[in-house]
Design a protein around this ligand. Structure first.
Ligand code: XMP
Length: 326
């Protein structure tokens, strides 16, 4: 029967059979799917695997460290980190349109990943096998959605790398193809991955870039990161992580309102809390968070995050509102 231990054992065998002596590359996003896929491949073929983490500078507080430090400690993977924050910020300079932001982030992500992949390929160019395989964290629902063609690269979102250039053609290794999300999490726990990764709520590939309404700057990212960390910490402290599907925190960077903080008048930015419940993100209801939790989050954010003097709650369902603001 299907226990996490059995799933691990079977996939390790299948990966070894597919990969043989070949070299494998895997992109990590900070999310659970790519982490579990990478950990399975690592268990199967160990040092034949190189992971690539493109840090686009749009992750939340602590997430880059979770990949670079905690995931590496838990699995022992060989990790190539691309610190691309400057590149992404420069490319996003002054851009406010949501779709343009997404396109830029997607394009830069693929560029950065390609650069790193070339580096890995180059490092093993003298070996007979070379780098032949690319790991993808495709889940069963993705397979069904995309028609289930064997090896069909899923390019639904930017961090699923697809459409690579000719000199970077790999066979896909997709160890999660038969699994649902809850099984992926169970496998992640079985493999000893950090709980923050295994239980991470969905987070969009474009990251905080689409949670700053207005142009993305380093300062604005800092503000949003601090506010978001407070909201997440308090949600966890209230024991509600698994009752809430997702809890976006949004910075209205081009909006200001008057407030009084400390000794005087302020003219700061609003933060929007967007807790939602959902089964699949296709539809969602606004999350009824307890008033005392909302009060705590509001008080802490306005006390601890300078530049924010107002906290509002989004009580729109999907439809008509989407989960993200952009
Ligand atoms: P919306 O905002 O359309 O979001 O209700 C539905 C779900 O998708 C996530 N999302 C994304 N995920 N790349 C991703 O990987 C994206 O570009 C993207 N945009 C939205 C969103 O967080 C929610 O879970």
């Amino acid at each position: 029967d299907w226990t996490p231990a059995n799933i691990v054992e079977d996939s390790v065998e299948a990966i070894r059979a597919q990969v043989g002596d070949g070299r494998v590359i895997c992109g990590l996003s900070g999310g659970v799917d790519s982490a579990v896929a990478a950990a399975l491949v690592q268990k199967a073929v160990g040092d034949q695997l190189t992971c690539v983490f493109v840090d686009h500078g749009l992750l939340r507080k602590g997430e880059a460290e979770q990949v670079e430090r905690d995931f590496v400690a838990a699995t022992g993977v060989d990790l190539l980190v691309v610190d691309a924050a400057e590149t992404f910020l420069a490319a996003l300079d002054g851009v406010t349109d949501p779709e343009t932001k997404r396109k830029i982030i997607g394009r830069e992500f693929i560029r950065s990943f390609e650069g790193a992949a070339r580096q890995v390929v180059g490092a093993h160019a003298d070996e007979e096998a070379g780098v032949e395989f690319l790991v993808q964290g495709t889940l069963y629902p993705d397979v069904v959605e995309s028609g289930g063609g064997e090896g069909a690269a899923n390019i639904k979102s930017h961090h699923n790398v697809g459409g690579l250039p000719d000199d970077l053609q790999f066979a896909l290794v997709e160890p999660l193809r038969a699994l649902f999300k809850d099984e992926v999490r169970a496998v992640g726990e079985q493999l000893g991955l950090p709980a923050e990764i295994v239980w991470r709520q969905p987070f969009p590939g474009p990251g905080l870039g689409i949670r700053i309404i207005g142009a993305v700057t380093r300062e604005r990212l800092e503000i949003l990161r601090d506010a978001d960390a407070i909201a997440r910490t308090e949600l966890t402290a209230a024991g509600l992580d698994r009752d809430i599907w997702q809890f976006p925190v949004v910075l209205l960077a081009d909006v200001r309102s008057v407030g009084v903080q400390g000794d005087g008048r302020t003219y700061g930015h609003p933060i929007v809390l967007r807790p939602v419940t959902s089964d699949d993100a296709m539809t969602a209801d606004w999350g009824r968070l307890p008033y005392d939790l909302l009060e705590k989050v509001s008080t802490r954010i306005t006390n601890e995050v300078r530049a924010v003097n107002r906290v509002v709650v989004d009580i729109t369902s999907k439809p008509p509102g989407t989960i993200e603001w952009e």
